[in-house]
Write a new protein. Structure first.
Length: 185
């Protein structure tokens, strides 16, 4: 799903139900967003993905929003998966480490945005189905580290809930081509 085209819908999807009051000179209500792992690519059919984690005060939506600076063209930023974690930082970091350690995912040669350093967050796979298998394996073997997985298609998403820690049977993209979907997690 193109993040820029669906940014408002994604904002509603990723928003936590309650807000918090900021601690400062003036009190104000601050919108909070879910925390967890995201999987993005420049193009829809690209086989190079950035697997990252958003656990700070802002959460997933502000973290993804910051990538508009990195990808100057609106057709170059696609979001494929979001995995929401229960506690945010420790669960997200641990699950990300498990996903990135999978030997099926290969590191990219060089990442210019990391000033020539080899980034462990950018991975290459041979197909989208391989990436999906890696994510399923990580979530199935660590059911306590995630609560929801959102699978994105061209115009919408499917939400997989982790009710009882049972294995994920299927992780499919939505097939419909209707207008923007705004169901919340």
């Amino acid at each position: 799903m193109n993040f820029i085209d669906y940014e408002k819908s994604l904002s509603r999807l990723l928003k936590l139900p309650d807000t918090r009051t900021s601690k400062g000179k003036t009190e104000k209500q601050v919108t909070q967003y879910f925390k967890g792992i995201y999987v993005i690519s420049r193009n829809k059919d690209d086989l190079t993905f950035k697997i990252g984690v958003a656990y700070g005060q802002g959460g997933l939506k502000p973290r993804l929003q910051s990538y508009k600076l990195c990808y100057p063209y609106k057709d170059e930023f696609y979001i494929h998966y979001i995995i929401i974690t229960p506690t945010g930082d420790s669960d997200a970091k641990q699950l990300e480490k498990i996903i990135l350690s999978n030997k099926t995912l290969e590191n990219t040669e060089e990442n210019k945005s990391a000033e020539g350093k080899k980034s462990k967050e950018y991975k290459v796979v041979s197909s989208h189905s391989i990436l999906k298998q890696v994510l399923i394996a990580a979530m199935d073997s660590n059911p306590n580290l995630w609560t929801h997985c959102v699978v994105f298609g061209d115009n919408g998403w499917n939400i997989i809930r982790n009710f009882d820690g049972s294995a994920i049977k299927k992780m499919v993209r939505p097939r419909y081509t209707s207008s923007k979907k705004t169901k919340s997690v």
